[in-house]
Design a protein around this ligand. Structure first.
Ligand SMILES: Cc1cc2nc3c(=O)[nH]c(=O)nc-3n(C[C@H](O)[C@H](O)[C@H](O)COP(=O)(O)O)c2cc1C
Length: 220
């Protein structure tokens, strides 16, 4: 007795089944890889964020998990998009807030900043999160390119006086860059607006209940 050759219909069905199985396996593999990669990217982003925060807020005095102690605010003077305010506390006492990201239009695109304000209204410091400014001109706002951004630490609305929160070319105290005034002008103004926001909303910023990030849209 010899095996009868499989009918063309059966062969077609088998091929379709095999193809389908490989398709499902492939999709599952992509999904698992994607979720592992997304987790790793989120973890790396959190670590990079914290490394920056610890340069701006005294790490040894923070007693809470500031990544969890966060609210979302909306204020077009600070950013066209909703932004986060992370609260650092020393026991029960307010220690600092970190606004992130403050966004302002630069010369070549949006400039995103992290601005840390200590509880007394003094700047813990400012860092550039992202920008598209011209290499060799506006990109000197980047900590990797120059020390300019470090000059904000310790300043407040009274130091210098409010009317001096400008680049020198406009009568203020902050250096502009040779051949690039627009970028530093925008950054100084964004930091000034952040300090004004803090002065107007300090108590509310520290006392508002934490909002888990995924539900903030519904609450605000
Ligand atoms: C190709 C090119 C790129 C420039 N990139 C920047 C920049 O990134 N940031 C900036 O402030 N100015 C940049 N400038 C210079 C500005 O156009 C402007 O002349 C300068 O900021 C001085 O501004 P002011 O007239 O307000 O003092 C660039 C100019 C050119 C031609």
């Amino acid at each position: 007795m010899s095996d009868a050759p499989a009918s063309p219909l059966r062969q077609a069905l088998m091929s379709a089944l095999t193809l389908g199985l490989f398709g499902i396996l492939g999709a599952a593999l992509v999904a698992v890889t994607w979720s592992l990669t997304a987790e790793r990217i989120a973890y790396n982003e959190r670590q990079a964020f914290l490394r920056n925060v610890y340069k701006l807020v005294p790490r040894d005095r923070i007693s809470n998990d500031l990544l969890q102690d966060v609210i979302t605010i909306r204020d077009p003077r600070l950013s066209p998009e909703p932004l986060q305010v992370y609260r650092a506390r020393e026991g029960d006492r307010p220690l600092a807030v970190v606004y992130s990201p403050i966004e302002t239009p630069g010369y070549a695109g949006p400039i995103r900043l992290m601005v840390a304000v200590l509880a007394d209204g003094t700047l813990g410091g400012v860092r550039v999160l992202s920008h598209s400014e011209t290499p060799g001109l506006g990109d000197r706002i980047d900590e990797q390119k120059s020390d300019w951004i470090l000059s904000f630490a310790g300043k407040s609305l009274g130091n210098p006086p409010l009317e001096k929160w400008k680049v020198k070319k406009d009568g203020g105290v902050f250096d502009q860059f040779t051949g690039a005034t627009i970028t530093p002008r925008k950054v100084v103004d964004a930091v000034r607006r952040t300090l004004l926001h803090f002065r107007a909303h300090r108590n509310e910023l520290f006392s508002r209940p934490t909002q888990p990030l995924e539900t903030t849209e519904a609450h605000s």
